[in-house]
Design a protein around this ligand. Structure first.
Ligand code: PHE
Length: 323
């Protein structure tokens, strides 16, 4: 005999793993319990053995036979119960939707806005969130004693750097690194010492825009913002340019859109201040430019009908799945 009962048992266990239908189970039964199976041949040969060994082997083979019969039986039962489960299946019920991942509404809004500016020839650029006072203040014409510095004084690191309070820092970095003409937008996170409530957060997102060339007028700024806001809010949107102050632009405006029955501030903008050009080594007599900065959360809230900014940061799937 060139095999032992335990070898056959191992073999049977292996093959049972690939039995998935009644037909396969029948083939398994024939292979292991049929007339020409190893087991049948082994039983056949028992009679050639001596009495002691025949008894011993006979017990082992009967044991194996029992194992095979039990396995086939329980397999059969499992097929039957899955057939019963199939009979219970109600195909009129709606399917269980798999949980699909989605892009968060903030990056969604950023890529939509970036897409509009890309069509206008703007390039998307990036800058660090941990900045020096030079980039966040000094180069942007905000000297140490300037009152507008208070609302921007954010979170300082122990080595005197700070989390940027505006994406305007990227204006400076781009101008230092490149020569005009420039047309860039810089999306990213900013940090403010603001009390958190339904419309404020100590961290939010801005998109900065900058265009510099030999001739870039305030009309160009108005034209670009008109195009952009019409693309974003629809051709019917009404704009208002309201005089304002920013240290890094002159003249400066805040741009409002008509919303419900009032005006709503949507972004800040202006012509690049000569001091800013000087800070990066550009000649203010030869160059002109405009810059603007908008809050991404504000725009996302308006367009998606969200009334509390905190919802963006809570990772509540019930909220996020809607967008
Ligand atoms: N940095 C300004 C702010 O955070 C926005 C702005 C950017 C205004 C560029 C003018 C020009 O409020």
């Amino acid at each position: 005999m060139d095999f032992t009962p335990s070898q056959i048992e191992e073999e049977a266990k292996q093959q049972l793993l690939s039995v998935h239908s009644a037909e396969e189970l029948e083939a398994f039964r024939v292979a292991f319990l049929g007339k020409r199976s190893k087991l049948a041949r082994a039983m056949e040969e028992l009679k050639n053995l001596g009495a002691e060994e025949r008894k011993e082997r006979g017990r082992e083979f009967n044991h194996l036979k029992q194992f095979l019969q039990d396995s086939i039986h329980s397999r059969k039962l499992s097929f039957n119960s899955s057939r019963e489960a199939a009979a219970d299946f109600d195909e009129s019920l709606p399917p269980i939707e798999p949980l699909k991942g989605k892009i968060h509404p903030i990056p969604q809004t950023i890529s939509e806005i970036s897409g509009i500016f890309e069509k206008l020839g703007f390039e998307i650029v990036d800058g660090p969130e941990i900045e020096t006072e030079f980039y966040n203040f000094t180069a942007l014409n905000i000297p140490l004693e300037h009152p507008s510095r208070d609302s921007f004084d954010t979170f300082y690191t122990t080595d005197g750097r700070l989390l940027r309070s505006q994406t305007s820092t990227v204006q400076i970095r781009v101008m230092q690194a490149r020569k005009p003409p420039l047309r860039v937008i810089a999306p990213g996170r900013v940090y403010r010492p603001d009390e958190v409530d339904a419309s404020h957060s100590f961290m939010f997102h801005q998109i900065e825009g900058l265009m510099v060339d030999e001739q870039v007028t305030f009309s160009d700024l108005k034209g670009v913002l008109h195009l952009f806001l019409r693309e974003l809010f629809g051709p019917e949107i009404k704009l208002r340019f309201r005089p304002h102050f920013f240290p890094f632009t002159e003249p400066s405006v805040e741009v409002d859109i008509r919303w419900d029955k009032g005006w709503l501030e949507i972004l800040g903008a202006g012509s690049v201040h000569p001091h800013v050009f000087e800070a990066v080594g550009y000649d203010p007599k030869k160059l002109q430019g405009f810059a603007f900065g908008l809050g991404v959360e504000r725009i996302a809230m308006l367009r998606l009908g969200i009334s509390d900014i905190r919802l963006f940061y809570e990772n509540d799937i019930r909220f996020l799945r809607q967008f």
